[in-house]
Design a protein around this ligand. Structure first.
Ligand SMILES: [Zn+2]
Length: 361
């Protein structure tokens, strides 16, 4: 694969605007997607960045509403979404500071924002506006708005309003249509009717035609049977080939030879097969959200370290080597937290490989 950085002129660190557009256009054409990693701490951000560096690939780091609150600290109230906003903004500044050192382009994104969480998005966009006034760029590369639980009309209308605000900063906006099953961040869709789990091509066209009149920096998370979280294989089936039908429908409406005019996002990637990813990516998915599998990977390193070294972790002094032996080098967080970073990094490297992104820089 030719080098993204030399060919597109992408620079290491957080990218925005036309660089994100170029990256997604390139990925869509070349047939790869970029994993979007939910980060909740400096440690998980570091694990994801390290994976991208090792795999020589771009990466998307995203902060969810709950992740922002955790970044800020769970010991304080999240009244008015203030902690979620402050934590996400702090994460953005942190990632902006360290990303260039890793030598990879990073898309700095925020995850699902349902209607009741809009004050969170408003506060982050206030920070974008202030950053833009000072530096000519938005703080975040992109945001996500998820009004898929509201009526179709309200979803488009409100999404368009936010896109109008983001457009002068060339900020990306990802929207969701249709229902992603499962449970995430307090939104429980485990019992919805199967028909609403699959988006229709005419809906995609209406969204595409409305939003791209405002700004080209738009992607759609369409439902094709996706589920947030990992469950026993159930009655909902993934149909990533539906995305191909959407692309064809939109291309015909546009009368374009471009076979993949839409940027799609794959939500609820955890637990899906590599074949399902590859089919979706072939139909214009440029971003795949991975969270649950990475939570599991991050835990694995800590769990295995603690299980293996348990006799060194029961008291500050005294272990199988002697009653006066100190255990400090075993309980130092830089040792055991690091083990989780390593296992999470390995899982992100696998995702980059599964999504054909490895070696793309
Ligand atoms: Zn979603």
């Amino acid at each position: 694969m030719p080098g993204l950085m030399s060919e597109l002129g992408l620079k290491p660190g957080v990218i925005y605007g036309d660089d994100v557009l170029k990256l997604f256009q390139y990925a869509r054409k070349a047939g790869f997607a970029i994993p979007a990693i939910n980060v909740t701490s400096s440690s998980t951000a570091v694990a994801a960045l390290e994976a991208a560096k090792e795999a020589k690939a771009p990466i998307i780091l995203q902060v969810s509403n709950g992740g922002g609150a955790f970044f800020c600290g769970k010991g304080i109230s999240n009244d008015g979404q203030k902690a979620s906003a402050a934590g996400a903004i702090a994460a953005a500044h942190y990632i902006r500071s360290i990303a260039p050192i890793y030598g990879v382009p990073v898309v700095l994104h925020t995850d699902h924002c349902a209607k009741k969480l809009l004050p969170w998005l408003d506060a982050m966009m206030d920070a974008d506006e202030a950053f833009f006034k000072e530096k000519g760029i938005p703080l975040f590369s992109s945001h996500m708005i998820d009004l898929s639980e509201e009526s179709f009309e309200e979803n488009i209308k409100t999404t368009a309003k936010y896109l109008e605000r983001a457009a002068p900063w060339k900020q990306w906006l990802e929207m969701e249509i249709g229902i992603t099953g499962g449970e995430e961040d307090g939104v429980n869709n485990e019992d919805v009717d199967n028909n609403s789990l699959y988006t229709q091509p005419s809906d995609i066209w209406e969204i595409y035609s409305t939003l791209t009149k405002i700004s080209p920096y738009v992607s759609i998370a369409a439902a094709f049977g996706n589920v947030h979280g990992v469950y026993q294989p159930g009655n909902v089936k993934l149909h990533p080939e539906l995305l191909g039908k959407h692309q064809k429908f939109v291309a015909e409406k546009l009368q374009t030879k471009d076979e993949k005019p839409v940027f799609f996002v794959f939500h609820g990637g955890s637990g899906s097969s590599v074949d399902e990813f590859k089919t979706a990516i072939g139909h214009g998915v440029v971003k795949v959200n991975l969270d649950t599998d990475l939570q599991w990977a991050y835990l694995s390193g800590h769990r295995d370290y603690i299980t293996k070294n348990l006799e060194y972790l029961k008291t500050q002094v005294g272990n199988p080597e002697g009653p006066t032996k100190p255990n400090k080098k075993y309980y130092d967080p830089r040792v055991w937290v690091r083990e989780g970073e390593k296992t999470m990094k390995t899982r992100v490297v696998t995702a980059l490989q599964d999504f054909n992104a490895t070696g793309s820089l």
